[in-house]
Design a protein around this ligand. Structure first.
Ligand SMILES: [Zn+2]
Length: 389
């Protein structure tokens, strides 16, 4: 039977690595520079990005990252810290802007929206973010002010880096009553609005009058080290002296959850941050350095599976095309009616069948136990000559 494949090229599940808070920031806490780097060192030898390349991408070059990137000076790294902090806005340093462009154009990762400055401290003298920080979308008093500041980011990435922003994420996953309307008004392709730990909530869905895709976040980078790493918080670390013995059991559950995401063809979105360093000197929960062995376990597991490695943008775009397409079969004709109401370009759909087939002159290829053709389609009726091989 012919049908539209759930995911591109009939892969069982798509997977993206979501790295939050890439920014032109450096917090001097550790001896090792890469641990202090939020993006300020760009792709130089001691940078966080080089660390990622050497410890993760060399082994798993297929990984695609969506970096969630604020465009103004990041406010979470607090100037009143006892540690030395450097921070700049996008546009203040050429080197950083070129680095972001390179991530997209050369390395094929994605830069996504993550607010202007990420939010504000309630008491700026207190460097702890716990209950002392209001995240960006919690602060917008009106839809208009939210839309203006959000769209300003889209414009700056375009003007400064020649990067097109198609989606983003609420800072700290925090919002208020007008936040979804702000995102809807901005007419993004997708928005990462929630952390999902309940399976029924794992699927992407549309929201708002502009039908923005709500993109799920459902797997943490630290699942395989969560109970064993030291955070720098005395209270938490005291508990971990005992909790660490339960890590093997916790890891088994993590494997089970990861397998379930895969088996059910859900988006596997792996959530982390760029740097462990914070203004308080404690370890930032979820980061590429502390969680590197956990990330390696995740990707070792996925490497043996049928995974489409893609950015949030790629996955959301496929979802959009799939949900707006209808397939019909007539004698020797296959038709796809595609309602491209947002006028996107590069819109591809994957058609599957259990036996080899041909559409016009394109031959199907096998992937994940079915014959598949990946087809670029246009708005309206796409009519193709169907034959069997
Ligand atoms: Zn953030």
């Amino acid at each position: 039977m012919f049908k539209i494949s759930k995911w591109f090229n009939n892969y069982q599940a798509p997977s993206v690595l979501m790295i939050d808070d890439l920014s032109d920031v450096y917090i001097d806490v550790y001896d090792r520079e890469y641990k202090n780097d939020w993006g300020h060192l760009c792709d130089s030898d001691q940078s966080a990005y080089s660390y990622l390349q050497n410890l993760l991408f060399k082994k798993f070059p297929q990984i695609k990252v969506t970096f969630f990137t604020p465009y103004a000076r990041h406010n979470v790294p607090n100037e009143n810290s006892k540690y030395k902090i450097k921070k700049y806005a996008l546009g203040e340093r050429d080197e950083y802007a070129k680095f972001l462009t390179k991530l997209v154009k050369e390395h094929k990762h994605e830069i996504a929206h993550h607010g202007s400055n990420h939010g504000e401290y309630i008491d700026p003298k207190n460097v702890s973010t716990a209950n002392n920080f209001k995240h960006e979308w919690e602060l917008f008093e009106s839809v208009k002010s939210g839309v203006d500041i959000t769209l300003e980011g889209v414009k700056r990435f375009k003007d400064i880096c020649d990067i097109t922003i198609s989606g983003g994420k609420f800072c700290g996953y925090k919002m208020r009553e007008n936040s979804m309307e702000i995102i809807d008004e901005c007419n993004f392709l997708y928005w990462s609005d929630r952390i999902n730990f309940i399976e029924k909530d794992y699927e992407a869905h549309f929201f708002g009058k502009n039908r923005v895709i709500s993109f799920p976040t459902n797997f943490s980078s630290n699942e395989f080290v969560r109970l064993s790493y030291m955070s720098g918080h005395p209270q938490r670390d005291k508990k971990k002296k005992i909790l660490k013995y339960f890590q093997p059991l916790y890891s088994l559950i993590a494997y089970y959850n990861l397998f379930n995401l895969y088996k059910n063809g859900h988006i596997i979105s792996i959530q982390t941050h760029i740097s462990p360093s914070t203004a308080l000197g404690t370890v930032q929960a979820l980061n590429i350095v502390t969680d590197i062995s956990s990330l390696t376990k995740i990707y070792n597991f996925l490497a043996k599976k049928s995974i489409w490695y893609a950015t949030c943008h790629d996955i959301a775009k496929y979802f959009y095309v799939r949900e707006n397409s209808k397939l019909s079969i007539y004698d020797n004709k296959l038709e796809i009616e595609f309602n491209n109401h947002k006028n996107y370009t590069d819109t591809t759909i994957s058609i599957v069948h259990d036996k080899p087939f041909k559409l016009n002159d394109i031959l199907s290829k096998q992937n994940n136990n079915l014959e598949v053709i990946n087809l670029e389609i246009k708005n309206g009726i796409n009519s193709l000559r169907l034959s069997y091989i």
